[in-house]
Design a protein around this ligand. Structure first.
Ligand code: PGA
Ligand code: ZN
Length: 430
C-alpha cells in the first residue's frame, strides 16, 4: 500500500528524555492532514564512532545539554528540504537528509535532528498508508516477535555503586509466545526484588530500570539471577537464559579491563577466558561489547574461540554503521550486531545495516538507549526486520515498558500469524 500524500510541515521541538535531559522531537504533517511524531533517544556509554548528537553546550541551559541548535536545524534546514517530497519515499527522504548533512557522521545537522525527522516521516507515512509501523517498514512478512533481553541488574555508568558490568539480562527464550516471555521475565524480575529485600539490599533502579545492588562480585550478580529464575518457578537455561553487556570501553583503565569489585585487571585474552568460564557455569547466551571498540583483532580472536558457543554482540564496535559492519564481517568480528537507530541517524541506514548483517549470517539485536523516551519505534523495527531480538531494559520504568507493551499489541494484532523468536533467535548457539 502506498500514499500520494506529501510532506507539508516539519516541526522540531525540545522535549525531555528519561534522564531529564533535553532531546529532539519531530512532528511531520502531510498535505492530507495526517501527522505523527518521533522522539530521539540518547546514550551514555556511547561508541567512539557514533553519529554526532548535537548539544548546545550553553551551560546556562540544562548544563549545556540543550538541543535548541538541533531543533533549529530541523525547523530551518531539514523542513524546507523535505517539504513536497512523497511521504512514503523513505529512501529519498533519507537520501536528502544525508546529502543535506554532507558529513560522514551527521556532524553538521546532528543525528538527533536527522533521526527525529527520518523516523517521524516513517511514522506519518505508515499512518497515511493505514498500516502499523512494523508492516510499513517490514511488509507482509513481518511477523516475528523478538525474544526480549531484559536488563534486570544495572551497573557501570548506568548504575553507579552496582556491579562493574553495565547490564545483566534475563532472556526468556523458552517461552511459547512473546506475551508469556514477558511474564516469565517480569516474574523473575519481581523474584529478584524479593531476594534483594531479604538480604536487606537496596532495590533502587538504574537508568534502564534494573536493580543496582551492592554486591561482592560480578559473579554474585549472575548467581542472584539464577536464584531469581528458580524462585519464580522457571528453569535456568531451559526457560530463561542469561546475557550480559560488558560495555568494556568503560572498564578500560591503564591498559587493563578493570573489574573493581573483584580487584582484577584483565587483558583481552583474559576477557575471552572470563566469557568462556561464565558460559560453562551459567546459561549465558550472549555477551555484548566484551572488548574495546577499536580492538578488531581482539574481537576476531574472541569470535574464533567462542563464536560457536555464544552470541558475541558488537554495539560500540559497529555503532549500527554499515561500513564498520563490512569491516567486521570481513574480519569475522562478532556474530551479532546491536542496532540503535540514533547511532547512525536515519531509518534507511538503520535498516540497511540490519539487513546486511542478517544476510551475512549475523544476528541483530534491536536496542533502546539508556536515555530513552515513550517512543516505541524500536519495537516495530524489531518486528519489521524479523530479527528476533530486542533489548529494551527492565520490565519497569515507563519508557522501557512502553516498548514491551507495544510488542504485546503487535503480537495480538497478528493473531495466528505471530511467531515468537524464542531460542531460534540465538541460532545454533545454545
Ligand atoms: P547507552 O547504553 O545507551 O548508554 O549507550 C546501552 C548499551 O551500551 O547497550
Ligand atoms: Zn551496549
Amino acid at each position: 500500500m502506498a500514499t500520494t500524500a506529501s510532506i507539508a510541515r516539519v516541526i522540531g521541538e525540545e522535549v525531555l528524555d528519561s534522564r531529564g535531559n533535553p532531546t529532539v522531537q519531530v512532528t511531520v504533517v502531510l498535505d492530507d492532514g495526517s501527522h505523527a511524531s518521533a522522539t530521539v533517544p540518547s546514550g551514555a556509554s556511547t561508541g567512539e564512532s557514533e553519529a554526532v548528537e548535537i548539544r548546545d553546550g550553553d551551560r546556562r541551559r540544562y548544563g549545556g545539554k540543550g538541543v535548541l541548535t538541533a531543533v533549529r536545524h530541523v525547523n530551518e534546514l531539514i523542513g524546507p528540504a523535505l517539504i513536497g517530497l512523497l511521504a512514503d519515499d523513505q529512501w529519498r527522504i533519507d537520501a536528502v537528509l544525508i546529502e543535506l548533512d554532507g558529513t560522514d557522521f551527521k556532524s553538521r545537522l546532528g543525528a538527533n535532528a536527522t533521526l527525529g525527522a527520518s523516523l517521524a516521516c516513517a511514522r506519518v507515512a505508515a499512518q497515511a498508508c493505514r498500516l502499523p509501523l512494523f508492516r510499513y517498514l517490514g511488509g507482509d512478512e513481518a511477523r516475528v516477535l523478538p525474544t526480549p533481553l531484559l536488563n534486570v541488574l544495572d551497573g557501570g555508568i548506568h548504575g553507579t555503586g552496582g556491579p562493574d558490568l553495565q547490564e545483566f539480562m534475563l532472556v526468556p527464550l523458552g517461552a511459547p509466545t512473546f506475551r508469556e516471555a514477558l511474564r516469565y521475565g517480569v516474574e523473575s524480575y519481581h523474584a529478584l526484588r524479593d531476594l534483594l529485600l531479604e538480604r536487606r539490599g537496596t532495590t533502587n533502579v538504574g537508568d534502564e530500570g534494573g536493580f543496582v545492588p551492592v554486591l561482592p562480585s560480578n559473579v554474585a550478580a549472575l548467581d542472584l539471577m539464577m536464584q531469581a529464575i528458580e524462585r519464580a518457578g522457571y528453569r535456568p537455561g531451559e526457560d530463561i537464559a542469561l546475557a550480559v553487556d560488558f560495555a568494556a570501553a568503560g572498564l578500560w583503565h591503564d591498559g587493563r579491563y578493570r573489574l573493581e569489585l573483584e580487584g582484577r585487571g584483565l587483558s583481552a585474552e583474559d576477557m575471552g577466558g572470563l566469557c568462556r568460564e561464565w558460559s560453562e557455569r551459567y546459561p549465558l547466551v550472549s555477551v555484548e561489547d566484551p572488548l574495546m571498540d577499536n580492538d578488531w583483532d581482539g574481537y576476531a580472536r574472541l569470535t574464533r574461540e567462542l563464536g560457536d558457543r555464544m552470541q558475541i554482540a558488537g554495539d560500540d564496535l559497529f555503532v549500527s554503521n554499515r561500513s564498520f559492519l563490512v569491516k567486521g564481517v570481513a574480519q569475522r568480528c562478532c556474530n551479532c550486531v546491536v542496532i540503535k537507530p540514533n547511532q547512525v541517524g536515519t531509518v534507511t541506514e538503520t535498516l540497511n545495516t540490519a539487513r546486511m548483517a542478517l544476510a551475512a549470517g549475523y544476528s541483530c539485536m534491536v536496542a533502546h538507549r539508556s536515555g530513552d523516551t515513550e517512543d516505541t519505534s524500536i519495537a516495530d523495527l524489531a518486528v519489521a526486520l524479523n530479527c528476533g531480538q530486542i533489548k529494551a531494559g527492565a520490565p519497569a520504568r515507563g519508557e522501557r515498558v512502553a516498548k514491551y507493551n507495544r510488542l504485546l499489541t503487535i503480537e495480538s494484532s497478528l493473531g495466528n500469524a505471530a511467531r515468537y523468536a524464542g531460542r531460534e533467535a540465538f541460532g545454533r548457539r545454545r
